[in-house]
Design a protein around this ligand. Structure first.
Ligand SMILES: Nc1ncnc2c1ncn2[C@@H]1O[C@H](COP(=O)(O)OP(=O)(O)OP(=O)(O)O)[C@@H](O)[C@H]1O
Ligand SMILES: CC(C)(COP(=O)(O)O)[C@@H](O)C(=O)NCCC(=O)NCCS
Ligand SMILES: [Mg+2]
Length: 183
């Protein structure tokens, strides 16, 4: 069975990667699919995110990385996938995810949404949290793979964390350089 794991992944975190790794043990093939979303101005372009995810998943032979636009169910049908894989961290995720799953069911009865519960250690983790910590000079080394931490530090104009998690030193906010709006 083929599963699509759709999302923004701006950027991919250890929480996403944990889900991908566990999904890759359940399904014949997992396609991580980055939505080309013209309504969002992301930190990383779609191409940067594809490169970041590919590097992070290169040890998983049955994981493919792709981008798509339009409806997720249409993309899933085009890829002959039967499952949409999504993660649940908290009740707040559940509300949004359930609505999305029901919406997708009205669009295609053939495609099932399968949820994996977050691993305990990543239950707090989101792309937004990672960006917020980095923007204010904190360390994200424990939240994303090393090559992605470097990319993020570069975006915020610092090459290494200026404030480690146990330090109380205050540093000024750093300038961000978000990616251009996707074409
Ligand atoms: N730490 C995590 N554990 C389990 N599932 C997760 C985790 N982080 C994200 N997910 C799931 O991955 C999917 C894609 O999420 P998304 O790209 O919105 O990531 P995010 O970390 O929530 O980013 P953002 O902060 O931009 O919303 C969603 O189903 C989400 O619930
Ligand atoms: C991409 C995503 C899965 C949301 O992912 P995200 O939680 O990572 O932002 C969702 O916005 C989506 O499926 N967008 C494509 C348009 C679509 O199919 N909409 C109907 C389902 S809500
Ligand atoms: Mg999210």
């Amino acid at each position: 069975m083929i599963a699509i794991y759709p999302g923004s992944f701006d950027p991919i975190t250890l929480g996403h990667l944990d889900l991908i790794q566990r999904g890759s043990r359940l399904f014949e093939r997992v396609i991580v699919a980055v939505l080309r979303n013209p309504n969002k101005v992301p930190l990383f372009s779609v191409q940067q995110r594809l490169d970041q995810i590919r590097l992070s998943c290169q040890h998983l032979p049955n994981v493919e990385v792709d981008s798509f636009d339009g409806l997720t169910v249409n993309y899933a049908q085009m890829r002959h996938a039967q499952v949409l894989l999504r993660g649940l961290r908290a009740v707040s995720d559940f509300e949004v995810e359930l609505q999305m799953a029901h919406t997708n069911k009205t669009l295609s009865t053939q495609i099932e949404t399968v949820f994996l519960a977050t691993s305990n250690e990543y239950s707090f983790l989101s792309s937004s949290v990672v960006k917020e910590i980095a923007r204010f000079g904190g360390s994200i080394d424990h939240l994303v793979p090393p090559h992605i931490a470097l990319d993020i530090y570069q975006c915020y104009n610092h090459k290494s964390p200026m404030l480690n998690p146990i330090s109380t030193e205050v540093t000024p906010p750093l300038k961000s350089t978000p990616a251009q709006r996707e074409p």
